[in-house]
Design a protein around this ligand. Structure first.
Ligand code: SIN
Length: 283
C-alpha cells in the first residue's frame, strides 16, 4: 500500500492522497510519504475513508503523541479516540454559535495558547451540510514571505501573548478576562516562527492572541490585526469543500484555519471528529 498523490489543490497548498486505507496499520513507506507530502503541501485530503474515532486516533498517533481534548467530551480522556465537534446542542439539534468569540469560525491555529502547541490536526467529516460548511486554510509562510522588508525588520524578534479566550476579551472591552476560568496561563510565542522541518518562516497569529510583549497594547493589537488581514488575503487561502468521509490533516506550524459559516448552521447538522498531535516549542 502506498500513496497516490493528486495535483496540487491551490497556490496556498493542499493535495489529495488516495490509495490508502487509513483504518489499517500504516506501512512505514506510506508514513514517510505522508510526512513528506505534509511538509511540501501543508494540508492533505484523504477522500472516502471509513474511520471510527478509535481508528482516527490510531492513524494520527503515527505522527506523534495525540493531545487529550480539554473540552466537554470527557470520554476522550478515558480512551484513545478522536473527539467530536458539532453544531448540535444537548438535544442533538443544530444551533448557530458562529458569532462566539472563541468559536472555530475565527482564524486560528489549534491550541496556540499551549506552551507546546500541536504540529498537526486531523479532521474527519462524519456528517456535513448539503452545501457549504467549508474549512478555509491560510498559508502564513506565504503571507510572511510577501511582507515588505521594512515590516519583516519591524516584527523580527517580537513575541505574541496567547491565552484561551483572548478573542472574547478583545471583543468585549468591559471584560478584559474571559468569564471561564483559564485552564492554561498565558504563554508567549515568536510572532515569526521557523518551521522545524523546512526552515521557512511563518506568521504565528490568530484567535486567542492577546498582545505583543513590550509593546503598548493598542499598537500590538493593530499590528496583529494588520498581519492577520494580510495573510488571509485570497491569494494565500484555500477553502476545502467537505464530502462525507474526507479526512484532512494539516500543519499548524505554517497555516491558519477556520470553519466557514457559509451554510444554514441552525438547520443542517455538521459533525466532525478531530485529533491533534503535539508539536515542539515554537522558535
Ligand atoms: C478546527 O478549528 O479545528 C475545526 C475547523 C472546522 O470545524 O472546520
Amino acid at each position: 500500500m502506498s500513496c497516490i498523490l493528486g495535483a496540487p489543490l491551490s497556490q496556498a497548498g493542499g493535495i489529495t492522497i488516495t490509495g490508502l486505507d487509513l483504518a489499517r496499520p500504516l506501512p512505514r513507506v506510506a508514513h514517510d510519504q505522508i510526512r513528506a507530502a505534509l511538509r511540501d503541501h501543508h494540508f492533505l485530503v484523504f477522500p472516502d475513508q471509513a474511520l471510527s474515532r478509535e481508528q482516527q486516533f490510531a492513524f494520527t498517533a503515527n505522527f506523534g503523541p495525540v493531545e487529550h481534548h480539554s473540552g466537554s467530551d470527557g470520554q476522550t480522556k478515558r480512551y484513545a479516540a478522536a473527539h467530536v465537534i458539532t453544531n448540535l446542542d444537548n438535544q442533538g439539534n443544530p444551533v448557530d454559535r458562529s458569532s462566539s468569540p472563541v468559536s472555530n469560525y475565527r482564524w486560528h491555529t489549534d491550541k496556540a495558547y499551549y506552551p507546546v502547541p500541536p504540529m498537526l490536526t486531523a479532521l474527519y467529516a462524519v456528517e456535513v451540510p448539503p452545501f457549504g460548511g467549508d474549512t478555509e486554510f491560510a498559508n502564513t509562510a506565504m503571507g510572511y514571505a510577501a511582507l515588505p522588508e521594512t515590516t519583516k525588520r519591524r516584527i523580527e524578534g517580537l513575541r505574541v501573548v496567547f491565552y484561551w479566550g483572548a478573542g472574547a476579551a478583545k471583543s468585549d472591552a468591559t471584560a478584559r478576562t474571559p468569564s471561564q476560568p483559564r485552564e492554561h496561563p498565558p504563554v508567549d510565542h515568536p510572532l515569526v516562527r521557523t518551521h522545524p522541518e523546512t526552515g521557512r518562516k511563518a506568521l504565528y497569529i490568530g484567535n486567542h492572541s492577546s498582545h505583543i510583549l513590550g509593546m503598548p497594547e493598542h499598537e500590538g493589537s493593530v499590528l496583529l490585526d494588520t498581519l492577520l488581514q494580510h495573510t488571509t488575503k485570497p491569494q494565500f487561502v484555500y477553502a476545502h469543500r467537505w464530502r462525507t468521509r474526507d479526512l484532512v490533516i494539516w500543519d499548524n506550524r505554517c497555516l491558519l484555519h477556520r470553519a466557514v459559516a457559509n451554510y444554514e448552521i441552525g438547520r443542517y447538522r455538521r459533525i466532525m471528529h478531530r485529533s491533534v498531535v503535539r508539536g515542539t516549542v515554537p522558535f
